[in-house]
Ligand binder design. Structure first.
Ligand SMILES: Cc1cc2nc3c(=O)[nH]c(=O)nc-3n(C[C@H](O)[C@H](O)[C@H](O)COP(=O)(O)OP(=O)(O)OC[C@H]3O[C@@H](n4cnc5c(N)ncnc54)[C@H](O)[C@@H]3O)c2cc1C
Ligand SMILES: NC(=O)c1ccc[n+]([C@@H]2O[C@H](COP(=O)([O-])OP(=O)(O)OC[C@H]3O[C@@H](n4cnc5c(N)ncnc54)[C@H](OP(=O)(O)O)[C@@H]3O)[C@@H](O)[C@H]2O)c1
Ligand code: SF4
Ligand code: SF4
Length: 512
């Protein structure tokens, strides 16, 4: 009996490095790694040692014979990746001609991010304690004798792992336990509640460190640019997510769930997260880390229906398959595709096993009458997937009343008291750093900020707001590699201030 990887996999590839028989793919060295939604275990090669399950930071790996009802399809999904019938993933499985035999003996160890002997410990500041900052800090601590100063503007560390990842994904949030080890490391000093650009300047930080890595994420949201976007009742998923996760910047009364229908614009994983939280029975959220004010509002909620508005077809959905599959298993919730456009049925019905739309096969499909009240039979709630439909205008004066959308035979009005735009996050300019307005990122070369020796970026502020937690691990490896190459080349400016002087300054400035 083999092990299988399940839904919560965040692609950090920790399991790959501990598997003694190299039966987990795609590996970071294989081309498919960049686009895969999760990793897969080859059941024929797995020797059941359990090392991967012990190492996985988000508890995504289980023996195939102990999968829960909701996880059982993952045994087949893992096996199908190697059966070469492309049952789940578009990228092809590894070709042994290219990768060498899948079972291979231990090779020579490779140390590609080290400082040669003779280098004293570098002092590196990492701004931001989300996944990108933590992977960068971990990389530095593992590979070099560096001393790391961790800084975050919030009083709690974790970035989006704490204030973004949905509370009903406790195993994903468990990755913070791995990051907690970094905070406890003897070569790390952490300053929480200290905002660079407000309490301390970028220049002051640079003056006390050999290098500074900015891992400040993407703190705000994209805008639709349509009339009525600022009508009360229309808000960003960024606000909604921060609200249910108890982010200190969002007021407990920022969300009102007194409307029966909520329209969510966008169909990425954030859209799916907010839809799931809105329709989940509150008792299933009660034991999670959801903010108390959010749980109370969800208990009072009148929401019966959530409409997910996607401007493209099901073959181009932005969500990942495991997240959509989870919606199919929600207790007390029906999933329906609004069959308003002739392109939808063929895209779903003719989808091959490797096509994204295939995951919608078996989901109910019918045209929805939007002039009728929100449906949902008895106590059941409903999620409606409306593809090929873009928002044109939010209607309502002092409160959101409806969204005018494209689709069907022209334009349609969807009555709704709440509209959430889940169309992506966006980076904000960081004082003292260049900023590309078009992409919402800091211009860089392999992590090195253009024209600023000793300054680096990592994570969403470097790559833009896409990719799961694990994607930040490879991103951090690249940035740390660039930093160490610069150190070896003598390109890091020497700091004027000592570590002690910095910590004294930080303590003085830190927000109470
Ligand atoms: C709603 C949501 C849910 C998600 N769920 C999942 C999931 O289930 N699984 C998954 O794999 N991925 C998930 N992701 C993606 C994942 O969260 C991101 O890949 C990851 O958090 C990006 O890491 P980051 O470190 O770049 O940014 P962040 O996590 O945003 O961290 C940035 C940190 O920088 C701090 N900061 C910002 N500016 C300053 C400053 N000036 N001074 C000091 N500190 C500062 C912030 O307070 C924050 O702590 C989710 C993303 C979102 C938006
Ligand atoms: N459980 C998880 O693993 C998890 C949970 C949450 C987030 N994440 C990750 O975090 C990252 C960010 O997720 P996200 O959902 O914010 O972003 P995303 O995946 O980029 O999705 C954004 C969605 O908004 C749509 N959109 C953009 N502009 C629009 C406009 N003007 N009008 C209408 N629709 C518009 C996009 O449509 P188009 O495709 O047509 O552009 C897309 O459907 C992703 O990598 C995601 O996988 C992971
Ligand atoms: S159980 Fe052992 S052999 Fe099987 S995938 Fe995990 S680490 Fe590899
Ligand atoms: S989260 Fe990481 S360790 Fe766990 S299964 Fe996915 S890639 Fe492997």
């Amino acid at each position: 009996m083999a092990f299988a990887i399940t839904q919560t996999c965040c692609n950090d590839a920790t399991c790959v490095s501990v598997c003694p028989v190299n039966c987990i793919h795609p590996t970071p060295d294989e081309p498919a790694f960049g686009s895969t939604e999760m990793l897969y275990i080859d059941p024929k090669a797995c020797i059941d040692c359990g090392a991967c399950a012990d190492a996985c930071p988000v508890d995504a790996i289980f023996p195939a014979d102990r999968l829960t009802a909701g996880q059982q399809e993952y045994a087949e999904i893992n096996a199908a990746y190697y059966a070469r019938d492309g049952a789940d993933q578009a990228p092809a499985p590894p070709d042994e001609a290219e990768t060498g035999p899948l079972f291979h003996p231990w090779g020579r160890p490779v140390f590609d991010r080290v400082l040669p002997s003779g280098f004293g410990p570098l002092r590196v500041a990492v701004v931001g304690t989300g996944p990108a900052g933590m992977y960068a800090a971990k990389d530095l601590l593992l590979h070099t004798p560096a001393e790391v100063t961790l800084i975050d503007r919030l009083p709690v560390a974790g970035g989006l792992v704490r204030f973004g990842v949905a509370p009903d994904h406790p195993s994903t949030r468990k990755v913070s336990e791995t990051f907690a080890q970094v905070h406890a490391h003897p070569r790390v000093r952490t300053h929480l509640g200290l905002e660079v650009g407000t309490h301390i300047t970028a220049e002051e930080l640079a003056a006390h460190h050999d290098a500074v890595i900015y891992a400040v994420g993407a703190a705000t949201d994209r805008r639709l640019g349509i009339p009525g976007e600022d009508t009360p009742g229309t808000l960003s998923a960024t606000t909604f997510v921060a609200w249910y996760n108890g982010h200190p910047d969002v007021a407990p009364d920022a969300v009102d769930l007194s409307s029966e229908r909520v329209v969510v614009v966008g169909n990425g994983n954030v859209a799916l997260d907010v839809a799931r939280i809105l329709v989940s029975p509150p008792q299933t959220l009660a034991g999670t880390e959801i903010a108390r004010h959010a749980l109370e509002e969800l208990r009072r909620s009148k929401v019966r229906e959530v409409v997910l508005l996607a401007r493209r077809g099901p073959e181009h959905a932005a969500y990942t398959r495991p997240e959509l599959r989870a919606l199919k298993h929600l207790s007390g919730v029906d999933l329906l595709i609004d069959d308003h456009d002739p392109r939808i049925a063929p895209a779903v019905d003719r989808a091959g096993p490797a096509d994204k739309a295939a995951v919608l096969q078996g989901v109910a499909r019918e045209p929805v009458d939007w002039s009728a009240p929100p449906a949902g039979s008895g106590a059941r709630r409903r999620i409606v997937l409306r593809f090929h439909s873009a928002p044109l205008e939010i209607r309502g004066d002092r409160a959101t009343r409806a969204v005018r959308v494209t689709g069907g035979s022209g334009e349609t009005e969807l009555p709704a008291g709440t509209v959430l735009r889940a169309i992506g996050y966006r980076g904000v300019p960081q004082a003292g750093l260049p900023f590309d307005e078009a992409t919402g990122t800091v211009p860089h070369e392999r992590g090195r900020v253009a024209g600023m020796p000793g300054t680096y970026v990592v994570g969403w502020i470097k790559r833009g707001p896409s990719g799961g937690i694990g994607a930040n691990r490879a991103c951090a490896a690249e940035t740390v590699g660039t930093l160490l190459a610069d150190a070896i080349a003598g390109a890091l400016p020497a700091p004027a201030g000592s570590a002690r002087a910095f910590h004294r300054l930080a303590r003085r400035r830190r927000r109470r």
